[in-house]
Each structure stands twice: as C-alpha cells, then as structure tokens.
Design a protein around this ligand. Structure first.
Ligand code: CA
Length: 235
C-alpha cells in the first residue's frame, strides 16, 4: 500500500479564538483588550449585557464582568447558558467565595478576581479554551521535515532514530510544532511548558532550546526570533 501523507488534524491557534470581552469600565477593558490582542487573540469588546447576548454566537470564549449597567453579569451568564455552551470566564472584583460559587453554578467555566495580572488572564483563557475546543488538540502524530513527533507516546524520531528528550524538551518541541513557521513568544512558552506560576529565570528556556537543537542535530530547525521567541523553520 502506498504511504499516505501524514494526517494532520486542524490546529486552532490563538488568532482563531474570538474572545468577547464584556466590560463597561474603559480603564479595565482597554488594557485587557490590548494585552489579549498582543497574546494573539481576536477580541471584540462590548459594554453591556444585552450587547453581550447579541454577540454571543460569534464568540469562542467570553470574559464577563458582573457589574454591568443594564443587567447583572450573573443574569447574562444564566441567559447565555440557555442557548449556548460557549466557555465563560467571569472577571469580577467580587471575590467572595459565595460569589465564585454562584458564578460557577450559573455555568461559568472559571472565575478571575480583579485586579489580575495579564499573564494570569492569558493563561486562564488558554486553559479554558483548550477545555472548550477539542479541535484545539494538536495531532497525535506529526511530521515536520525529518522530525516525527508522536504526542501519544511522547516519542520523537529523526529519520527513524529515536531521540532521548527530557519531558520539558518534548513539550517545547511539541508546542513549536503545533504551527511550524509561526513564532511562539517566550512568554507563551513559559506559560505553557513551564506554567503561569513560574517566576524563575527565563534563561532556563534558552538552555532547553540549546539542548534540543543539539539533540535534533540541525541547529537551524529551531529559529530564534530576536527579542520575541522561537519558531520551527517553515517546512
Ligand atoms: Ca463593571
């Protein structure tokens, strides 16, 4: 039987995630939208609950303030759930446990208390959108040039020879391979391969990149994009 080309499931990238930011306060909404766009998301912002419900069908994920001028965010959440499974993250200054529990009972997927850091917000959005969209899963096996990645068994082979990668090296390669040629920022790598609570030196990333390049035996396979991040050489 002829060898068929490797099947590659569609990968959903940050730019394909349409975030709906529901926030009436410009001083919160503006930096939020800016930060999310910088992280690669497509963002639409509305300032009322009724505008949020009207825009719901085009959103892949909703960031919902509770204190809105026309109706409470909890009401928006309740109404949204009547017609939609879109992931909802409540973003509110109300941090009481009872408020959080109520929000989650109304069908929100996560609850973030203001004030929050941009990194935390982006990490939560990524985590929730991964949960919400099975299509976001990278393909189980993937070939990029001579490198074959098997995410099920976490094995990497080059021209059939298996590489001995550390768990972080594997995660790093797997992340870069989700979209060969696309730049992945240092921040995104730190968030996804280490975790959003990593406060150590980011030099550890350079050490892993260097080691990975050496093991791959082709230093040009992973390209450095100065002061931004890294990408796999476009196949
Ligand atoms: Ca508000």
């Amino acid at each position: 039987m002829a060898k068929s080309p490797a099947h590659e499931a569609p990968v959903v990238h940050a730019g394909d995630v349409h975030l709906l930011v529901v926030e009436d306060d410009d001083s919160i909404a503006e930096p939020m939208v800016e930060g999310l766009e910088r992280a690669g998301f497509t963002v639409q912002r509305v300032a009322t609950g009724s505008a949020a419900l009207a825009a719901l069908s085009t959103a892949n994920l909703v960031l919902l303030d509770l204190g809105l001028p026309d109706m409470d965010g909890s009401e928006v959440c309740r109404r949204a759930r009547a017609t939609s499974d879109v992931p909802i993250i409540i973003v509110s200054a109300r941090g009481d446990e009872s408020e959080r529990v109520l929000g989650l009972e109304l069908g929100a997927d996560d609850y973030l208390v203001k004030p929050f850091g941009m990194r935390e917000l982006v990490a939560r959005v990524r985590a929730v959108s991964r949960r919400g969209m099975p299509a976001n899963d990278a393909p189980a096996t993937q070939r990029v040039d001579a490198v074959e990645i098997d995410r099920r068994t976490r094995r990497v082979t080059v021209e059939g020879a298996e590489l001995a990668l550390s768990p972080k090296e594997f995660d790093l390669l797997s992340l870069l391979a989700e979209d060969p040629g696309a730049v992945v920022s240092r921040q995104q790598i730190m968030d996804e391969v280490w975790d959003s609570h990593w406060y150590g030196p980011t030099k550890t990333l350079d050490v892993h990149i260097a080691s990975l390049r050496k093991k791959l035996g082709d230093p040009g396979f992973i390209e450095t994009v100065r002061s931004v991040g890294f990408r796999l050489r476009h196949p």
